[in-house]
Design a protein around this ligand. Structure first.
Ligand SMILES: Cc1ncc(COP(=O)(O)O)c(C=O)c1O
Length: 310
């Protein structure tokens, strides 16, 4: 059971590695949204995404291997940002990392992971294939979703957001495995209990959304082009927290996410990848669910060249 003590401990760990990220309002964005938005810039992280918080915390908490060596690799599977986060954290802590990425993972994301010194194995059509291979590899397998230390680490983003903006009445969080939204729920419950946490996923990959609505983890087709949100199943750990505390869950079209990326670039001068723009897309698609002061977490910057061209 995760508590705020875990989150506060994670903040102490992260303070050695990362400064807080900024959170600002942009009048031109508020104009299109019809309310005050606070944009939390997780796209300003050194890996371009919030995931680095979880990875740094998780690797700090890993037990030394039983034989006393620090040579045991950490092994994980990911479409991109989790992979890059694990690679970054492994480099910080002097550990080896092996990452299985689906064959279709964006080239730039693969190269970014390799550039941090991790070994990348490209395998399979999707995350399920990548997971199956990762399970056979030697080392400490890190699930991209079902690891409490990942949630405690990413929760530090919400500590920063709510401490700086205690008046937020809604916060919108993009969901893939659900670690970010679960983290938001945990911190909101402790610091700003009146604030509604709303999740958003692509309508073309609704596994987490449908798992939340069904009250059990389900599998769904995954046809989104938004790779940060591209998951085919619910993850039990985050879902348990979301079930207790998430106020609502919105689905948006991939085209609406692209429009939100365009608005963030033009009106806030900031680059978001698809997943990073999903929260703004949800605000624009479902204004009736939003309050008057809304936190919009731009979770990642790492758009591919193709995405940028679009
Ligand atoms: C930029 C970005 N935003 C949001 C998400 C979804 O986060 P989570 O898997 O914690 O739900 C991801 C997942 O990789 C991501 O890369």
């Amino acid at each position: 059971m995760l508590t705020m003590n875990d989150v506060l401990r994670a903040r102490r760990v992260l303070a050695r590695h990362l400064p807080p990220t900024p959170s600002w309002s942009y009048p031109l964005l508020d104009e299109v949204a019809g309310r005050r938005l606070v944009v939390k810039h997780e796209n300003a992280q050194p890996t371009g995404a919030f995931k680095v918080r979880g990875a740094l915390n998780l690797l700090a908490c890993l037990d030394e291997p039983a034989d006393g060596s620090t040579d045991e690799p950490v092994v994980t599977y990911s479409t991109g940002n989790h992979a890059r986060a694990i690679a970054y954290a492994a480099r910080e802590y002097g550990r080896r990392a092996t990452v299985v990425m689906p064959a279709a993972a964006p080239e730039l994301k693969v190269r970014a992971v390799e550039a941090l010194g991790a070994t990348v194995l490209r395998h399979g059509r999707n995350m399920a294939d990548a997971e199956a291979l990762a399970q056979t590899l030697p080392g400490r397998l890190v699930s991209p979703g079902d690891e409490p230390e990942l949630i405690a680490g990413v929760a530090t983003a919400y500590l920063e957001l709510f401490e700086r903006h205690p008046g937020l009445d809604t916060v919108v969080v993009p969901v893939g495995s659900g670690t970010g939204a679960a983290a938001a729920c945990l911190v909101a419950a402790a610091l700003v209990p009146g604030c509604r946490v709303i999740g958003v996923q692509s309508a073309a990959a609704p596994a987490a959304h449908d798992s939340w609505r069904a009250g059990e983890c389900v599998h769904r087709d995954n046809r989104t082009r938004v790779d940060g949100l591209a998951t085919g199943r619910g993850f039990a750990g985050p879902q348990a927290i979301l079930r207790e505390r998430l106020a609502d869950f919105v689905l948006v079209a991939d085209d609406a996410i692209d429009e939100a990326r365009r608005l963030l670039a033009g009106r806030a001068g900031t680059q978001a990848e698809g997943a990073g723009a999903a929260a703004l897309a949800a605000v624009l698609a479902r204004p009736e669910l939003m309050g008057s002061a809304v936190g919009v977490v731009v979770t990642g910057a790492n758009a591919t060249e193709l995405e940028l061209a679009r």
